[in-house]
Design a protein around this ligand. Structure first.
Ligand code: SAM
Length: 419
């Protein structure tokens, strides 16, 4: 008995250790991504979409770039360089104290900083900085990055501090790539401001219960850059070494022109209007999809599969959405960057927190691809598809005499009727 207890304890211990190791790895990953810096080209490409839609979108406006750092960041560079052509009233950028960062990054003050009489090395390590551009300081007749002035913040530059929140409240637009590890907190900070914003986020954020309801209700949407585009980020030199030693090339980073660039499945989220989101998808009818779709899991079917626990059909590909189906359809998350609110309405998501499931399954037996069986309840957190025979190349679930597969997270949509 004692021996059984000891080995149970050891099993639990190693389970906990593994879980801790996994979650430490996940948090180490996201703290590394906290130091991913956005490329100039990606910022320019995205901002151009808002300017195409409304050339005066930033005219006489105050833009705040929090969680930034002009030493590294292209956001400040882009907006400072284009200050006049955008017609900006004021550009504010705040940086975070090097000593407060989750990663231990070697801090080297720039010449720009050191040449300033107010510069103090220890203060630069422990304080955030405030950069402001609102007038021609150099007297050369143009307002650009040369006119950027800086001072120390009272605190470390935490976006959630009183002083940065005050700057948020002064701004018309808040634009940044925030620290990934603090995304939920940052997003709440943005949404409570009621300001216009443009943020780079991890694609998974779209399905968070803190984010998705805003997407469903058309309060926020994807930017212009498609979700499938591989956004690459630069990083501090010590992180480059870390990535080469510990991460997988091609998956977590790529080497571009000899430089290590971090990869992260990213998407821009915004509440600023742009034209792409009003372009409807060009789609085939249901009958034509079933006959001619390029996807072999659609072509040749008698009909689209219907979920067992949601009143909706499964549409595994965005380009296989039937143009003439009147009911609810479950579509991949990648639909969001093609979503045109005049064409479809978003009803919900197949996550249990959205409470749209029509039934709850009792405990299930999950059969992994390698045949391993375990008792789970996860079929309830997704759309279940009843199958006649167990798939050979997919995980499946047994509930009583029934067999199910589970679709990836699906957005539930329905056609907008013109009249
Ligand atoms: C993903 S990086 C992006 C930097 C820059 N916005 C860019 O896109 O190039 C996020 C930055 O936020 C900083 N940061 C981390 N925690 C922060 C906090 N609580 N408040 C403000 N900035 C923070 C990180 O150190 C990092 O410099």
């Amino acid at each position: 008995m004692l021996q059984a207890l000891v080995s149970l304890q050891m099993l639990l211990g190693s389970f906990l250790f593994l879980n801790m190791a996994n979650s430490n790895l996940a948090s180490a990953r996201s703290s590394k991504q906290d130091e991913f810096y956005t490329q100039f080209y990606d910022i320019e490409n995205e901002i151009n979409a808002y300017l195409e839609y409304n050339p005066d979108v930033f005219k006489d406006k105050v833009v705040l770039l929090p969680c930034d750092d002009p030493e590294w960041s292209n956001f400040t560079r882009f907006f400072a360089q284009n200050f006049q052509s955008l017609g900006l009233k004021k550009l504010i950028s705040t940086s975070y104290a090097p000593k407060s960062k989750l990663m231990d990054i070697h801090y080297t003050p720039s010449l720009f900083e050191q040449e300033n009489p107010q510069f103090e090395l220890s203060k630069s390590e422990t304080h955030g900085k405030l950069f402001v551009l609102d007038k021609d300081v150099t007297g050369d007749g143009i307002i650009n990055i040369e006119d950027l002035q800086w001072s120390y913040l009272d605190g470390n530059g935490d976006f959630d501090s009183e002083e940065v929140t005050k700057l948020r409240d002064e701004a018309d637009f808040i634009i940044t790539n925030p620290p990934f590890s603090l995304f939920r907190k940052f997003f709440a900070w943005i949404m409570e401001s009621g300001k216009k914003f443009l943020l780079i986020c991890n694609k998974n954020c779209a399905s968070y219960k803190e984010v998705f309801p805003y997407i469903r209700d058309n309060k926020i949407w994807c930017g212009k850059t498609p979700m499938g585009v591989d956004l690459l980020f630069s990083m501090p030199p010590e992180l480059e070494d870390d990535f080469i030693q510990n991460e997988k090339e091609g998956s977590k980073y790529r080497i571009v022109n000899g430089k290590v660039m971090g990869r992260s499945a990213s998407v821009w989220f915004t509440n600023i209007e742009h034209g792409r989101r009003h372009q409807p998808l060009d789609l085939m009818t249901k009958a034509n999809n079933l006959r001619f779709s390029k996807h072999k899991d659609v072509r040749g079917l008698q009909d689209y599969l219907h979920y067992d626990n949601f009143d909706a059909i499964e549409v595994p590909w965005v380009d296989a959405i039937p143009s003439d189906y009147e009911g609810v359809m479950g579509v991949p998350i990648s639909f969001l960057d093609k979503y045109c609110p005049e064409q479809f309405q978003i009803i919900g998501i197949t996550q249990s927190w959205d409470n749209l499931a029509t039934k709850i399954y009792p405990e299930q037996i999950q059969v992994a691809k390698n045949g391993k069986r375990s008792r789970v309840t996860k079929l309830n957190d997704g759309a279940a598809i009843k199958v006649d025979t167990p798939p050979t190349d997919d995980v499946y679930y047994i509930v009583g005499d029934d067999i199910f597969t589970k679709a990836y997270v699906r957005i539930l949509i329905q056609k907008v009727n013109e009249n």
